[in-house]
Structure formats: C-alpha cells, structure tokens
Design a protein around this ligand. Sequence first.
Ligand SMILES: [Fe+2]
Length: 392
Amino acid sequence: MTVAVPAHAPSSLIARYRAVRAASMALAAPLTAEDCAVQSMPDTSPVKWHLAHTSWFFETAMLAQRKDYRVFDPAFAYLFNSYYESAGPRHPRPRRGLITRPGLDAVLAYRAHVDAAMEDFLAQADAAQGAQALLGLQHEEQHQELILTDIKHAFFCNPLLPAYRTEAQTPRTAVPLAWRAHPGGIVPVGHAGKDFAFDNESPRHQVLLRPFRIASRAVSNGEYADFIADGGYRRAEFWLSDGWARVQEEGWDSPLYWLRDDDGTSRVFTLGGLGIPDPHAPVSHVSFFEAAAYAAWAGKRLPTEFEWEAASADLAHGEVWEWTRSAYDPYPGYKPFAGLASEYNGKFMVGQMVLRGGSAATPPGHARPSYRNFFPPAARWQFSGIRLAEDV
Ligand SMILES: [Fe+2]
C-alpha cells in the first residue's frame, strides 16, 4: 500500500511504535481477563479482540512481507481479521465474545511476538514501509478509543455498574453559548500538508457555503434536559422518520447512559461509575437522530461537515464527537489507499453520517480539523454530542 506521509527516521518511528502499543496496554491494565473477553452487543468488541486485531493488522499488512517472519498462530487470521475481504474469511463480528480461547495471556504473547518483529521491521523500514507503520499506529489509536467505548458499554450492561477508573467529578461552570458568524463563499476543505491523514480526508477541494452561524460550544446536559422536559422524545414533529421509529422500537427517552433513581434523581453512567449529570458538561452518547431532533426543537440545525471544518479554528471542541448533517461520502476524486488498506474507509461510504472533532476518549493528537469520523445514524455508544448551526 502507499500512503502519502513523510519518511520518518527509524529511531523516532520505533519510539512512536512503542508509545502507541504501550498506550493500548495501559488502557487494558485496569481490566481482568473476564472483562477483556466480554462483548455486550454486535457493534462492540471484546478488549482482548482489540488487542489482538491491532497486532494482526501489523502482522498482515507489514510483517507478512518478510520472508523470515514466523506467523504467531495461523488460526489467528480467522479470529482477528475484522472486515478485510482480501485477507480471507473471518469469524462473524457479533460472535467475537465467544472466543474465550485463546485467553488473554495468549493474546499478550501474540502482541509481544509482533512487537519484537516490528522492531526489526522498523529498524530497516524504507519510506513506504514507514508509511505503512504509521497507518498501523493510527489504526491502533482508533481502536484505543473503541476499547474505552466498548468496555463502557459492557460495564453498563453489568447490574453492578462497575467503574473502569476513578474520575474526578468536579462541577463545571456555565459557558455562555455564543454564535460564530461565517461569511460563506468558496472555501477549501480536506487534508492539506504532509502529515498523516486517512484517505477519506482527500483530495482537498473547494466547496460553496452559504453564510451561516455556528455555536461556539457543544450542547450541554442541562440544555438537553430542557428538550427532554419539553417532551422531546414524545413529539414526533422534531424527528426524522427513521429516528422516530427507533424511539418507538427501543423506548429511547434520554441519552444512552442516563438513568433515573426510584426517587426521580437523574444519574449518568461514566467510566468513573455512576454519577450525577453535570448540567454544564456537553451532552454525550446521543445518536444522529437525537442530535437532529434536538436541533429541530431548538429551532436550529446541525452544521454540515464543511461548515464545521471551515469554522473549526473558532470553535471549542475535543470533548465529544459532533454529529454533522453530512452523509459519509467520498470527496470528488477520492482514491482509496492501496493494498490491504484499500478496504479501510471507502467501502463504508454509504448509510453513515460524518462526525467531526474528537472526544475525551480520543488519543491526544489523533484527530485534526479535516478528520472524518463516521457512524450509522442510530449509533449511541460513542462519545457523540451536538453542535448547533443556523442560516444567516
Ligand atoms: Fe481495525
């Protein structure tokens, strides 16, 4: 595969490799082997699977090129291939939680085996191989966020509602919502420069925007609670048809992790366990359907991904991914990565919506203003929130 990134000196690449791989292990450190094996729904994966799959990616996309590489276990290709048709058949995604063997110890040995071979690979890597390794590291960082979102969902499904970690519950102060005006016009969007970007962020191209205003911050829990109190989940007039159907089918009446005590007190489940929703923190774990309904209730709309990108320098973001009103489509002239990575993004460009920004669970430095995250409109288990926009 070829990826348009600069060549890196092997020593800095090896340091980066070690840091990213260690960060995955640090995320798994608070968990037991039983925690790491569980899969709470078809959208999520066991932590053990994430740890193995990211290693499989390095093994399949990079190490397999080398004649002297010994595959750790030939059976792992079936177990830990996610969706790569070109890499052969694979275990069905909804049944990843049934793979109790290999155990966590075997998966950690697999990681160590891949790490040793990758150190050799990186020490001798040419520019193209260095670029492949960077993609593997970006891929692993994406799975680091999924480790957090997936274990959060698994723990939420446990009646004991365990805490993944200790989190400070410092009350937030109110941040007034301001509106940032943008004059519109023909603006450039997409990735620029020589640093790493995924194929879906290119080519950089021009789009035409009408004048608009965009909110300076994301919608807060307190503002979202007003929508609920005003019958937001019971009034079809705010909802897209598919969204309203979901509300009925799944009984939605609040964001995913909101609970109510017997005495009516609102609670929210976090990675730090059960807490009280902070009215001044961004609302999180809402679907695109809920984001669009909230915007309709508020008399506003969601920004397009291009409005978001054009205004991004003026926005406070980074706590929640922000749903946009843009379908996840290829940019004009889009070319997928070559080789195995040709299946990375392009084949998912139907039926999903773009989210921009980044969340508290996104590894530091991973996202950028041109970064395009994407999920189906009903997805709620990501740290996904709402930013409003309006026409001028
Ligand atoms: Fe993956």
